[in-house]
Design a protein around this ligand. Sequence first.
Ligand code: PAF
Length: 281
Amino acid sequence: MRIFRDIEGLKVWSLDQQNASRRIGFVPTMGALHEGHLRLLEHAQSACDVTVCSIFVNPVQFNNTEDLKNYPRTLDKDLELLEAKKCDAVFIPDASEMYPETPQVKFDFGNLDKILEGAYRPGHFNGVALVVSKLFNMVMPHEAYFGQKDYQQYMIVSRLVKDLSFDVKLKCVPTTREQSGLAMSSRNARLSPEERVRATILYRSLRHAQAKLLEGKRVSEVKTVVEEMCAQAGCRLEYLSLADRKNFAILEQVTESADCILLVAAYVGEVRLIDNMMMTE
Ligand code: PAF
């Protein structure tokens, strides 16, 4: 497995792949790799000739310095996992390689970066759009793989690709879950064993809300119950929202015409987790 720390080395390798007509599959990550990331890599491997994974804890997408400081970092283990999975190349730049100067560019995604994660984490999607644009320019992938758990991020990146004409095919891979239903996330590494059990409330809330909404209940009614369920589990609900999965318009009820997604964010102790579920899942 090739390991690149500098942009130039990575670009030379990527251009060699392009010149040899090899399709590059890209899995961008912030490390602390888990089964979910490895599933993304497997999807990339089955569709492309070579795969690149990036590991970069992107400081500009954190709106909270404590969250950035506490983000799990397990580089040696990550590299072992990628080597064992036969990933072809890994890009592990440091912050000065990615941001030699303070970036000034600002993105505006209309409503998409103002709601849900955008509302609770101001500036987050600006940082995501910035680093993903830079990574696409460096890796030059044909396909890029993102997890459904961060569905709003996937929508943002889809918009980015359309508006800036990136020649990259995006793939959204279903969320990998533990047996308990807990969505795999790097942030789970920060949970104590007891919190890990409590964290299953996100999945249980989604299942409960899905059933009630399909019976015709309104989101506001269901949210009151889910808030209570979370409190009982010792967690704090931040939002439970229903959205049209194509344009991310927030909905109050399931409609015949819309393909809907249900999204949740909650604090389990100090750790903020998100999850979602398609209404038709
Ligand atoms: O989903 C993530 O891990 C990050 O937001 C991403 C896409 C790697 C950008 O830093």
